[in-house]
Design a protein around this ligand. Structure first.
Ligand code: URA
Ligand code: URA
Length: 239
């Protein structure tokens, strides 16, 4: 384990070792009372496993491994590559889009097509390089013909994004477009009302803004996004 990962794991690891110590003490006490052993049901084991995953600081590599060659939804049939996410695993800012498009599916990288090039320019305008931040999407496989993600596809995929966000623990999240903002905030309020202010997402501040692909079709909205980006930059410098 590298030093940085160790430092990052320290809190939860300490917590887990305390729990383990408590549990050992309890078992010794039970033994003292004459119990020969403890039986755990399948269900308790599953609950313990889920708790462990929640408490344990997973790394992005662990989450990627768990995702595997995912077939949890129908999108696996048409995809070329899973687009897991890219960038700094310790980023202060994570940007979340909707779904991979044509180029992203081919390259296995998020935001590398036309919208991605605009995103790169937007980031540069607030003094950030793609390598500074982490970039990912609500779903990891390209919907055929770039149609909207469907509820079953989002449901299958979103636990992985939520785990990625817990692994990175950014102070700031920028949700780009309707799907990212509404899914992460669990709301159906329109993006036009959500954007431009910070919302709470677990321990992070989440700023919704318009999607760069939307900007390509509606250049008149660039001013709104520019205002949002000024807020993001200001928060980034404090984070
Ligand atoms: N649009 C998205 O929402 N995500 C990408 O990765 C590319 C385009
Ligand atoms: N609709 C979307 O899907 N995204 C936007 O950013 C704006 C409108």
């Amino acid at each position: 384990m590298t030093e940085s990962v160790q430092a990052y794991n320290d809190g939860p690891t300490r917590l887990l070792s305390e729990i383990t110590e408590d549990f050992k003490g309890y078992l010794q006490y039970m033994k003292g009372l004459g119990y020969a052993g403890v039986a755990l049901s399948e269900n308790s084991l599953r609950i313990l496993d889920d708790r462990y995953k929640e408490t344990m600081a997973e790394t992005l590599d662990m989450i990627r491994k768990d995702l595997g060659t995912c077939q949890r939804c129908k999108l696996h049939r048409g995809r070329k590559h899973i687009v897991f996410g890219a960038g700094n695993p310790r980023a202060k800012l994570v940007l979340v889009g909707e779904a991979p498009g044509y180029e992203e599916d081919i390259q296995g990288q998020p935001f590398v097509g036309q919208a991605g090039q605009l995103l790169t320019r937007i980031l540069r305008a607030i003094g950030l390089a793609r390598e500074d931040v982490y970039i990912c999407n609500i779903i990891k496989c390209r919907p055929p013909g770039n149609r909207n993600p469907e509820p079953d596809e989002i449901a299958a995929c979103i636990p992985f994004l939520r785990r990625q966000l817990r692994a990175i623990r950014p102070g700031l999240i920028c949700a780009m477009g309707t799907f990212a903002a509404q899914t992460l905030l669990e709301t159906d309020t329109p993006i036009s009302e959500l954007r431009g202010r910070f919302h709470a997402y677990e321990n992070a501040s989440l700023l919704p803004t318009y999607h760069p692909a939307y900007l390509l079709r509606n250049p008149g909205k660039k001013r709104d996004v520019w205002e949002d980006m000024q807020k993001l930059q200001e928060a980034y410098e404090k984070a």
